[in-house]
Design a protein around this ligand. Sequence first.
Ligand code: HEM
Length: 478
Amino acid sequence: ANPQGLPYPSGPTPIPIFGNYFQLPKVAPWETYEQWGKQYGEVVHMENLSEHSIIINSAKVANDLLEKRSNKYSDRPPLLMLNMMGWDFDLGFIGYGPRWREHRRLFHQEFRQAAAQRYMHTTLGKAHELIRRTLESPDHYLDHLRHFGGANILAIVYDYHVKDASDYYVKLVEKATVMMAESQLPGASAVDYFPVLKYLPGIRNYAKEGLRLTVEMCDYPFNYVKDRMSRGEGQECMASKLIERLQASGNTNPEDWDTIRCVSGAAYAAGADPIVAALGVFFVAMVLHPDVQKKAQEEIDRVVGDDRLPNYDDRESLPYVEALYREVLRWRPALPLSISHATTEEDVYEGFFIPKGTTVLMNLWAIHRDERTYPEATKFKPERYLNPDGTVKDNYPTSAFGGGRRICPGRYFADTGMWAVIALTLSSFNFSQSKDGTGHNMPGRYGDGMISHTLPFKYNMGVRSEKHAKLIEMTANA
Ligand code: HEM
């Protein structure tokens, strides 16, 4: 209801019935939405076949709506295609309410800041494996990052240790998330606008394949942990802890068992891809900015020396590396449009009407390029996170992880994983732009999906010295 007849926020002019459906950008939509923000205001309204969406283009509006009015802005849009593919197991897509709250509580228990510290040792080991692989085949760094992402989360959630790049579980989550991402953004999936299409055989088969993958993704690794526990094998991991707790309480309620299976599956599903995308940004930034790379290496050489590789104990003594890592998160957010929120009630903001059920996009791309907060925003400048005396500022680009009650609950774990890879890679390798890099081989091209990955490019990479090569081999075999 809109008794006062208030207008919607401004936006591109809709056409009858279809609204803005045909104007929806498919390529780097965040850039078009940023332009619309400049043209129409910090909140842009769109209508697609009578579904309302707003785009938030500034940190202030994100704070006003997602934080201060989080009781109204914490739902997810119901996406028919995602549900047909079984993604409603994942707390990331569960609507705002008691079921989401319970999943999120269990997830948070295992990934809050203090809990995430328990995983640091394992993560560092996986980062060592990454640089050993890089030493063996430096031309495949982006593949090694992918492998790291999968290996890291599978070890933490299921105590499952990936052997080679073709590992079944790594491929499984990759395939499933590609299908999920294709169906997520407004306009991406025609079924969400024309539900009748779900009866078309092509679409039905697509959904069926998606469903098969999500079921496998939740069941296989969870059963692997249960089997090993019943034989008294395996190390502690997220799933084993959830299982133990439930067993200890004598709870046999199938719904509660299903919840821990889903929460583990959600961590597995969400725990690799965004880190891989964000580390791809790190790699692009370093190839394009040899001066920054060099400064970070000088700091590592000065503080850590070349008799050992950096570890978490060094983190506080490496302010430039810290600033560089934060600038990676800011410069190019891995989820440029976050994950859509939705309103559970109607709202009025600055005189504009926002209906119940509106999809809310947080344009992290635009927020991170706002010159008012980040002068020379397009430049990669770690110094923006440093005080004049070289110490690290208090500000951390938390917005890279979304906002409000839905803010990424994996962010502490992501933080330690990214830092380890960044510090170890910089300490051990030099990388630069390849002279053969032209057109499609140039660094700085990204995919258009919800999780926007660096596209492959040509580069040169080599170990910094024979001594570093020995260190890598020694550490990885330790
Ligand atoms: C650099 C790495 C990462 C980035 C940039 C990132 C970013 C995000 C963003 C932008 C959101 C949406 C927040 C919102 O709706 O406002 C999100 C949600 C989520 N992330 Fe992450 N994430 C990262 C790593 C991880 C990891 C490692 C995990 C798991 C261990 C994880 C688990 C989740 C989950 C479960 C949600 C859904 C939360 C909910 O709907 O309540 N993320 N993440």
